[in-house]
Design a protein around this ligand. Sequence first.
Ligand code: ADA
Length: 532
Amino acid sequence: MESVPLENLSWPTRQPVPAAFDAQGPHLGERGTAAYRKILRIPADKPALLEFEAVNFACRIFLDGKMIGEHFCGYTPFTVRVPLAANPERELVVLVENRFDFDRIPMHEPFFDFYQYGGIIRPVWLHLLPETWIEELKIDATDYVGGRIEIRGKLSLSGLLTLNILDADLPPVELESGQDGAFSHSMTIPSPMAWSPEKPHLYHLQVTCGEDQAVARFGIREIKTEGQKLLLNSQPIRLLGYNRHEFFPNFGPSTPYLQQVDDVRLLKDLGCNFVRGSHYPQDQRFLDLCDEFGLLVWEEVLGWQQKVYALENPLYRKHHRQAAREMVNRSYNHPSVILWGFLNESISDQEIFSPILEETVKIFRSLGGNRLVTFASAHPLRDLYFDQIDVISMNGYPGWYGCEDHPDPLSLIKPQWDKFIDHLDQSGFREKPILVSETGCEGLYGFRDEMRDFHSEEYQVDYIKTACDAILGNERFLGICLWHFSDARTYAGGRALRRPRGFNNKGTFDEYRRPKLARSTVASCFKKVRPG
Ligand code: ADA
């Protein structure tokens, strides 16, 4: 990518943004470098900022032929300052690479069980900046009963600003920032309404500073653990939900907005109160919908079964820390996000896991606001690090993988989960909440089978019913996060031998959100726990 001579590029096709360039059209399935070009019009000598919500996997950004920024991880946002120029017509070129190359782009590896598309997959914003502008705005609810909130932020230069809560009976507050532009202020919202999945009440803070104005949406809520329980606004809550990949056929990870709206509706209709964004930060618009409709969210840094060579690689560690910071920073004001996660199913049974765990947890705890920390483990009896996290999360597929020769695979489900609980309770974790962060099995949409065999919708029904009864019937489990919401494309090539159609088919819905038989099974299992 470094050596691409920009002057020799030609621009033969038009490509919509946001979109994955390899999800459809002439570059379907291709891996390599794509060059995007757009002429921007920026008034002469006007400061400006480009904000990219996500570019997969890596990119270099050029303006008028000069490189102004680069980024090496998909799914997380970043910004680039636009250099001043007298000519209002500016040529933006973005080189985007979707090749697997661990030495340069270590956050993306070919063995992840989800298809990794390339391109400018999420929106790009051009912000024209006034002389002083609002760089950062964060809101913490520190007392959900009393309505106490702390507002923090940063202006690009020191200056005066006004804070105004648009939906509370409070006069606007005038404030002066410090020399470095930083400001902070506490406020008490009268008769506060707390945010919860049942009543997702949202407030809006308007900040005005000279010509610049920003509105941040926030909710007032508190999340914490108490022994085995998770307390939302002091009330014990159980988590019922799904893992969700950002995926729709033909668009890959650039799920259309209406589909995101529909996904939230489908989840709510099933009685869910929880969704895990597997295995990377989800689209901000989806998180906005979770705020609005009341779904609790686990948001996690891109990761999937990282091995020793990754965890001891300095570049990987650097990019992982950066991705954690970018995620936390961008999602800070979403009340729906209650859990930060990282390193899905990595080697948390080996000591080499310790340094990356330590540095990531530190980022979450120091920068992440009122949220809990977890990672999804695949080592029920051998994990070494459950003491470092707030919620123990376990992925497991008893009754599916590895039981080809078993005469009654479903009979394996309950004993295995019970054994896990016994093990934890006897190993000193009696006082921690335990979540099943993944479980499920494949059901091929439309494959109905009276023999109820593997891959049939009927086996999936039996599996989910048995798993939900075993897990939700045991109060020791905080809840269940089923794998998966909808079928999603995964491995191409040889690895697809493990995945019929090249899809992970464990969805309760297929990729077009057509329901499988398991939908009503899930709805009735969840209803027993959350009757409303
Ligand atoms: C793992 C992994 C998922 C998916 C799942 C499966 O638990 O975290 O991404 O690969 O297994 O379908 O086997």
